[in-house]
Design a protein around this ligand. Structure first.
Ligand SMILES: Nc1nc2c(ncn2[C@@H]2O[C@H](COP(=O)(O)OP(=O)(O)OP(=O)(O)O)[C@@H](O)[C@H]2O)c(=O)[nH]1
Ligand SMILES: [Mg+2]
Length: 286
């Protein structure tokens, strides 16, 4: 049995969480087109007959601006301790530049193999992919470089195989039917937050957090927090249309997690400056 831990690092929005989901063969982490969607470390577990690959999906590397983003960056830093390898994710559709070089300095000095995943190669011209591969390969002394599309699944099996080969012999850290270390409550809150982030724009997604207030057999009550009244107005929407849409989108996925139908009750609340509130951050597990 091979088993171990692999950190997934990269700039915000390059597709780390989408990639973790693809490698695990199912949804573990929420994703969105807004940067800073992932706020904490989430284990995604890929189980095979003779391996257990535990991927640590991480927040994107960033310069901290407030206590929340400070906590997020600290999570990234501490997650590099005791990993067997790192997947360094690059966005093939974007310029590979200073931000990536900054991360490269850190991951290539860890002393573990670094596998570069050049993500989002779907619908890119082969010549463009080749150029980006050449640029990516100059970032550091990588173990392997894989062009992939987390979206279409292209190259994912090969990348998973590569990572499994880097794992040492070891025990099964999690039961083989487990795909994440998040509790059911945390998964429910994350799914609600995902839909709220996907439906809002500009500063609003960053000001949203979600917390399960009550999870009963037939009812899930989830609070959505924002920082200001105007953000609340946006998230509630005209006659409650926005929050209703959040619920409509989240409910089927929550039911899939729970394994049965549920009535989803969402409450939008204002909590001024929660991103600067250490006690609130701790309560949210951030
Ligand atoms: N075209 C394309 N889009 C992708 C691919 N992988 C991810 N995306 C999109 O890129 C955006 C960001 O994806 P995420 O997985 O949330 O990115 P992330 O790196 O986890 O972002 P943070 O958690 O905010 O750091 C989403 O809109 C995804 O749908 C891909 O292979 N191809
Ligand atoms: Mg993410």
């Amino acid at each position: 049995m091979r088993s171990g831990f692999v950190a997934v690092a990269g700039r915000p929005n390059v597709g780390k969480s989408t990639l973790v989901n693809a490698l695990c063969g199912g949804k573990v982490a929420i994703t969105s087109d807004k940067p800073q969607t992932t706020r904490r470390r989430i284990f995604g577990i890929a189980n095979g007959d003779d391996y257990q690959l535990v991927l640590a999906d991480l927040p994107g590397f960033q310069r901290p601006r407030d206590p929340l983003t400070e906590h997020m960056q600290r999570t990234v830093d501490s997650s590099f301790e005791e990993v067997d390898a790192v997947v360094f994710v690059l966005d093939a559709r974007d310029r590979i530049g200073a931000g990536d070089r900054f991360i490269a300095e850190r991951v290539f000095s860890l002393g573990v193999p670094v596998v570069i995943a050049l993500n989002k190669v779907d619908r890119l011209k082969p010549g463009h992919v080749a150029t980006q591969m050449a640029t990516g390969s100059r970032l550091g002394d990588f173990h392997a470089l894989h062009p992939v599309s987390a979206k279409t699944g292209d190259g994912i099996d090969e990348l998973r195989q590569e990572l499994v080969e880097l794992l040492p012999e070891g025990p099964q850290y999690f039961p083989p039917d487990q795909r994440t270390d998040l509790s059911v409550e945390e998964q429910v809150a994350e799914l609600v937050r995902e839909k709220a982030i996907q439906l809002t724009r500009e500063e609003v997604p960053h000001a949203i957090t979600a917390e399960v207030e009550e999870l009963e057999e037939k009812v899930a009550r989830v609070a959505l927090y924002v920082e200001t009244d105007s953000q609340k107005q946006i998230l509630v929407g005209k006659a409650g249309s926005m929050v209703k849409e959040v619920g409509t989108r989240a409910r089927p996925e929550i039911e899939a997690v729970l394994g049965h139908p549920v009535f989803l009750e969402l409450h939008v609340k204002v909590r001024p400056k929660w991103r600067r509130d250490e006690r609130m951050l701790e309560r949210l597990g951030l």
